[in-house]
Design a protein around this ligand. Sequence first.
Ligand code: NAD
Length: 477
Amino acid sequence: MSNARSHELFINGKWRAGGSRPTLPVINPATEKVFASVTSATVSDLDEALASAERARKAWSSRPAKERGEILVAAARILATKIESAARDLTAEQGKTIPEATGEYTRAVETLEWNGRHAEELSAPIPMGPNRMIVPEPLGVVAAFTPWNYPAVLIARKLAPALAAGCPVILKGAEETPSVAVHIVESLRQAGIPDGVVNLVFGVPVHISRYLLSSPIVKVLTFTGSTAVGKQLAALAANNLQRCILELGGHSPVIVCEDADLPKAIQAISEYKFECAGQSCNAPSRILVARPLYDEFLSRMTEAVRKIRIGLPDDAATDMGPMANARRIEAMQRLTKDAVERGARIETGGACLDRPGFYWPPTILTAVPKDARVLHEEPFGPILTVAPFEGIEEAIEEANATDYGLAAYLFTGAADAQQMMINGLSAGAVSVNYLKGVSADAPYGGVKQSGYGYEGGEQGVRSFQILKMVNGLGSFG
Ligand code: NAD
């Protein structure tokens, strides 16, 4: 297995590094110090990954789905035994706290296990009456590109359903958080995944994606990241008509109605929003509050946010660690400055902390003009805007006033208001009276500029299948 400080590639069943391969630095965001490196794949590594995935395809796709599932379940068990040390590595690379990293790995284990347990059932023919059926077949080699914010869960949500469906995968892990991909791939190796079925590469993202997607061997592109990059990859995939699953950005509203349980709403928002320093595609970013509740909400929300303890992510007293990289700090500065220049008010936070590391405090902006960039660009950080609304129609209109459509949240006990908002909100997921993210057993996907396709649950596996329609069964007898 690869050395803890120098992460390797995994191609055709072997860990690889050295030779003429360049390396990239891995930076601890709490200290800004380089503490590890990751091997960059050469063109011949990518060629070999493609060839070995293609060679492994037939045997893997025709292996009984039950056995594919058993390997996933075994890998889940192996990964579960490593969570404590793997979570520490993730914290050092990404800046999320140890409980956050541990929780994330636990969800990655659940995801491997869920897909393993359902592999057989989701690969079985689906009867369509007496002489018709659908035969699910694996689509073929998958190129998967995963980001650094929730690297464990997002790798698991791509690898596990693809493998359950019978597809080999070439995974490009995030260069910022390489240990995560290494731990998960090594767990699969130990569980007996055949050579070539899983390949792991790192490198300059644009070079790797361009090279892999130009190959007709690749049949599916699955990507989580920004809308801008998702569009570039979809354009590349168009040349070979590769199927695309794109989980892109979000700018999630929370609608707090007049009858909302205020303490519950504030607690849920402050806990969920600032997890992973707000770097989550479905973190709430715009809070809309019924006018009569607005002043009380704002003062209680500001008070709650000020209590969030910021510190080193491996310190048990820390609630929120640093942001993952300097690019996020620059984005927070740019969005805050733009909003303030247009007349917004900073209720709390609003400037990076004067200490080593990429630290930006929880920030609340009010009186934000509609044309401010923070209301249209995904903040992807610990910034919240808060604004009042007069009626539910206005709340829905404001909630839908971005190009994104990933998650939306609402707090009200009134069934008719809930229904109106569930119907009216342009979002892939709506949570009522609590904030919820992805789970292994349910589909999740965005609308509008948040992407297309689904990850999770049955649909997550179907994303990697051809549904072959077979008509006229038995008509020869
Ligand atoms: P980015 O768009 O450059 O990178 C995001 C991720 O995509 C990274 O993991 C990166 O390695 C990968 N990537 C970038 N270009 C690629 C390419 N050409 N081919 C393949 N992979 C590529 O931005 P960033 O500064 O790393 O992250 C910030 C932005 O990314 C945020 O504003 C947010 O919108 C988005 N993001 C979204 C998610 C999500 O969960 N939807 C996760 C991470 C980042």
